[in-house]
Design a protein around this ligand. Structure first.
Ligand SMILES: Cc1cc2nc3c(=O)[nH]c(=O)nc-3n(C[C@H](O)[C@H](O)[C@H](O)COP(=O)(O)O)c2cc1C
Length: 390
């Protein structure tokens, strides 16, 4: 069974990640994971913390001499900022009076309010430490393990910013990924990039924040991952849940989901056509569905669009309340990002990788990579026997 768990608080000693179910024989190094963690930390509009931290996941289990063993992959990402929080975030009971760095003022739009009530927390630090998007560093590390596995099947995952505020990029399913990788706002077109930066600067000058939409694309995914037969096996539903679980994400669409509600039915279906040289080899003339039909991958790129709201912490504070006294106060400001859309792309890639790795292992199984690869080859062979090729 493939699963993963993360643990750790934003200003605690660090983040722990366990990924279980990755087969033996997958090439995996700390350097490979570090590349993904570094990509999450870049981006125009990020706040101060990114300048003080450079994330690095130390492999603590499940990997020997550069290859996975089939046992759980355990990782540890140190929080460098913990040095400033050793007293307030210590797991040990306090000795005498300490500065608890208590937080009793609710930030609207955060986990503070429901979390304080649910967990009976007078000090909302007990909630916000875990609800912080710091946790997404752990997900990117887990996603890197999944990506290392997907690399063995030639599956590529990319992402780009589709919009920031009211500025739209010209987004395709086969964009110039190399140029996007070089961009601090993850868009290939330099003019759009400048408009994105200007919008972020304007939000900062107005002492507010700005959100947007990003696109995640998976290329080379075999036909038939997921299933139509039960709600929780549908691949589109699983991708949507994974993306929605990213902090501040408020909407997910597969393909051109929302936009296509405005178009007539005959315009938005993906027509299946045979290859003229091999009439039992098929493809689609378009990819409106985003690579998934009936909850199953259909061989086209899987394309998800993800809407991420503007961040709730602002230098111009919103009116709020003190959770203990009911006093009307101003929401607190802690060092914060102005725009998190570019780094969220990288988190979206990690979530896509985790869902696809799970779906591949579910369909093809195997304890060693070679066994999974043999099972994939067997699947392709059975299609050839049946008369279709994929
Ligand atoms: C990459 C990334 C960075 C974020 N940075 C911040 C931040 O600096 N300050 C902040 O208040 N919220 C930040 N957020 C958003 C909060 O984590 C999120 O809004 C909060 O946990 C409440 O969850 P919800 O918006 O999903 O309901 C960030 C989110 C992401 C994905």
């Amino acid at each position: 069974m493939f699963r993963y768990l993360t643990a750790g608080e934003s200003h605690g000693p660090g983040l722990t990640v366990i990924v279980e179910g990755i087969p033996a024989g997958v090439t995996l190094t700390e350097e490979y994971i570090a590349v993904q963690l570094g990509r999450r930390q870049r981006g125009y509009g990020r706040g101060g913390r990114m300048k003080i931290e450079s994330d690095y996941a130390v492999l603590k289990g499940g990997v020997r001499l550069g290859e996975t063993l089939g046992s759980p992959v355990a990782m540890w990402i140190e929080n460098k900022d913990f040095a400033n929080w050793t007293e307030a975030m210590s797991p040990a009971p306090p000795e005498g009076e300490i500065d608890r760095k208590e937080n009793t003022r609710v930030v609207p739009g955060h986990a503070d309010f429901p979390g304080a009530l649910k967990y009976l927390a007078h000090d909302m630090r007990n909630v916000l430490e875990r609800s912080s998007a710091r946790e997404t560093a752990a997900r990117v590390a887990a996603g890197a393990v999944a990506m290392a596995f997907l690399d063995s099947f030639g599956i590529e995952i990319h992402s780009q910013v589709a919009s920031i505020g009211t500025i739209d990029a010209d987004v395709a399913d086969d964009s110039d990924w190399a140029a996007i990788e070089e961009s601090d706002v993850r868009t290939a077109d330099p003019d759009t990039a400048q408009k994105f930066r200007d919008a972020i600067d304007e939000a900062k000058a107005n002492r507010t924040t700005i959100g947007g939409v990003f696109q995640v694309v998976a290329i080379g995914v075999p036909v038939g991952l997921g299933s139509h037969i039960q709600w929780d096996r549908k691949l589109d539903g699983r991708i949507a849940q994974a993306m929605m679980s990213i902090n501040a994400v408020k909407g997910v669409q597969l393909g051109r989901g929302f936009e296509n509600t405005r178009r007539p039915g005959h315009d938005i279906q993906d027509i299946v056509v045979p290859d003229p040289d091999d009439l039992r080899r098929f493809s689609h003339t378009s990819n409106e569905a985003g690579g998934i039909e009936g909850g199953m991958s259909n061989g086209e790129p899987i394309v998800a669009y993800v809407a991420i709201k503007p961040i709730a912490t602002m230098t111009r504070p919103l009116p709020s309340v003190d959770i203990n006294t009911g006093e009307i106060i101003e929401a607190p400001y802690h060092r914060s990002d102005v725009c998190q859309v570019p780094p969220a792309c990288v988190i979206g890639e990690a979530m896509m990788a985790l869902v696809l790795a799970h779906a591949i292992l579910e369909k093809f199984g195997g304890d060693h990579l070679r066994e999974v690869q043999r099972n994939v080859a067997g699947y392709i062979e059975s299609h050839q026997e049946f008369g279709t090729s994929i």
